[in-house]
Design a protein around this ligand. Structure first.
Ligand SMILES: [Zn+2]
Length: 240
């Protein structure tokens, strides 16, 4: 079990609230994509247990749901989901309440040993083209459709394209690689992406509206607004 180490933590045996908050935001949320209600419940449980220097709490469903201003059924569902993620463990369920053990984000198994956080921090420097598993994040970002023509991509018939070709100085960052179908990949060649989209428009592969949307997506991509979601890393083994 890794315990957060700060001067305050050593002195009082309690982890720093700021660090726990950051771990929830930077590790728990991107890894598990919890519902808002789960976040509310988890944060309150952390505050009343670990940040208060203890590991468990006994609380009734009714009282806790009233304190959080959520319904009992929402609270019950949040417990189930948090328990399935390993964020809490319910030891007893009874009329007097639930006895709940609460884990810090750093103590939850499967949170990726910081991989997700590290990748998020280094996102600008990542080569999404060379790493097979990271390509999946690009496919997921494109919702498994060709970035250019929009057709649905099959696993056996898909590729990655450099928006600005390597010969033109394009890199392999998330700002310059997109998922595409094999036809678009070969037809585009060394053409600038915007010109290629306009060709698709002139051949009615894209409607005028679709063309406008694709050009806007291209602009968003270049401006770094289409970061892949690292939530999709869950269940993926990231090759070194
Ligand atoms: Zn295509």
């Amino acid at each position: 079990m890794r315990v957060l180490k700060t001067k305050k933590a050593k002195r009082t045996g309690k982890p720093s609230a700021a660090q726990v908050w950051a771990e929830v935001e930077d590790r728990f949320v991107p890894t598990f994509e919890p519902w808002p209600s789960e976040r509310v419940v988890y944060l309150r449980l952390l505050r009343q247990t670990r940040l208060a220097g203890r590991e468990t709490i006994r609380v009734s469903l009714q009282a806790f749901s009233e304190a959080l201003r959520i319904s009992v059924s929402t609270l019950r569902k949040a417990y189930q989901r948090l328990e399935s993620k390993g964020a809490i463990q319910i030891h007893e369920r009874g009329y007097t309440g639930h006895l709940i053990r609460v884990f810090l984000p750093s103590e939850i198994r499967g949170i990726g040993r910081g991989e997700s956080l590290r990748l998020r921090q280094d996102v600008e420097a990542i080569n999404f083209y060379a790493r097979t598993n990271l390509r999946e994040l690009i496919y997921a970002r494109e919702k498994h459709r060709c970035f250019y023509c929009g057709r649905k991509l099959k696993k056996t018939c898909r590729g990655m394209d450099h928006v600005v070709p390597r010969s033109g100085g394009g890199d392999e960052s998330y700002r310059n690689v997109v998922a595409c179908c094999l036809e678009c990949n070969s037809m585009k060649g060394e053409r600038p992406a915007a010109r290629f989209l306009k060709i698709l428009g002139s051949f009615s592969v894209l409607t005028r509206k679709q063309l406008r949307q694709r050009l806007a997506a291209l602009k968003a991509l270049r401006h770094g607004k289409l970061k892949p979601s690292f939530g999709a890393l869950r269940g993926l083994r990231v090759a070194a």
